[in-house]
Structures are given as C-alpha cells and as structure tokens.
Design a protein around this ligand. Structure first.
Ligand SMILES: [Fe+2]
Ligand SMILES: [Fe+2]
Length: 178
C-alpha cells in the first residue's frame, strides 16, 4: 500500500468509523435489491457482515451502478463483496482502525511467519492484511463470477496490475472511497 492509498484508507475508515458506531439494518427493499444482485451462496455470506459493512457495501454498489449502469451484475456483486474476506479476521470497528495502521507500519515480511498460527491477535492481523486473497478464495469456492473474484482480489492493488477494465475499476474504487 503506498502512502496516498494509506491516507485515502484512513480518511475512508474515519468516515465509516462514525457511521459504524450506530449501525442500522438496511430497509427490506434495499436488502431485496442486494439479494437480487447476488447468488444465494454469496448473499448468505454477505448477510454475515456487520451491519455497518452491509450498509457501506450497499452504498458502494449503488454508487457503482450509477457510474457504470446496472448491466454488469458481476461488478455490482464485486462492489457488494469487496471486503468479504474481512469476515475471517473478525475485527470490529476499533480493531479495523488498529489493523489498518498496524499493517501499514509493520513489515509484511515479518508478518509472514504468523501465517502458521491458528488463532490469536497476530493470526487475525495476518487475515486482515490478506483479506483480498481470502475473499477471492471464498468466492471461488462459491462459484462466483470471474469478474467478481478478480476485483475482490485486486481492490487494493495498483491500477497498472488490474485485470478489471480500467474504467470499471476506477468506478468501483471511487465509489469505495467516496
Ligand atoms: Fe478491502
Ligand atoms: Fe470499502
């Protein structure tokens, strides 16, 4: 993660932090819209996200839809599921702020040896920093569409390395950092 990305991430988290202190369940019609965009299996996982994340991913998906249109359902699913890999780390609101700052300053090479741990804070930090690949693997197991999996995997990567078409990736990215 470069510095610009880091500060974007902090600004994004800061905004989400205040919203997530008082999360509310999305109204039924919004939940129906989400259900329509996802497969049954994807929706079952999406429903396990904390309410604040459900609401954030809904906003990202709606904003993406307004930017690219509703034809590309696999990319709307990508917007809804971009952080699904964070389910594994189980961090709450405060834990995420801590994990983001920690993952920026702590050398990834030193975190590598924590991969072998099967529980505890260090294991959760590794999972948090690996949330794109954990999410992509999960979606692969659920037979999600390739475009959805690709964006989940690369949503924190540099633009030059995207498999996702640039204009769609830019729409997804700007909706996420809005
Ligand atoms: Fe993410
Ligand atoms: Fe996000």
């Amino acid at each position: 993660m470069n510095e610009l990305k880091f500060f974007q991430n902090i600004a994004h988290l800061n905004k989400r932090f205040w919203v997530s202190l008082n999360p509310e369940q999305l109204p039924e019609e919004d939940l129906d819209w989400v259900r329509f965009q996802l497969s049954e299996n994807e929706f079952a996982y999406w429903e396990r996200l904390p309410l604040a994340d459900q609401s954030h991913s809904f906003q990202v998906a709606k904003q993406t839809q307004s930017l690219i249109g509703g034809q590309e359902k696999s990319f709307i699913a990508a917007a809804l599921l971009h952080d699904i890999g964070k389910l594994e780390s189980g961090f709450g609101t405060f834990g995420r702020v801590f994990a983001t700052v920690f993952c920026f300053f702590y050398p990834p090479t030193r975190m590598e040896k924590w991969q072998e741990r099967d529980k505890g804070l260090r294991r959760r930090l590794v999972d948090y920093s690996n949330h794109p690949s954990i999410g992509a693997k999960l979606l692969n197991d659920l037979d999600s569409q390739q475009e959805t999996i690709a964006w989940v995997l690369e949503h924190h990567s540099e633009k030059e390395n995207w498999v996702t078409p640039k204009e769609i990736g830019e729409a997804l990215s700007s909706a996420d950092n809005d």
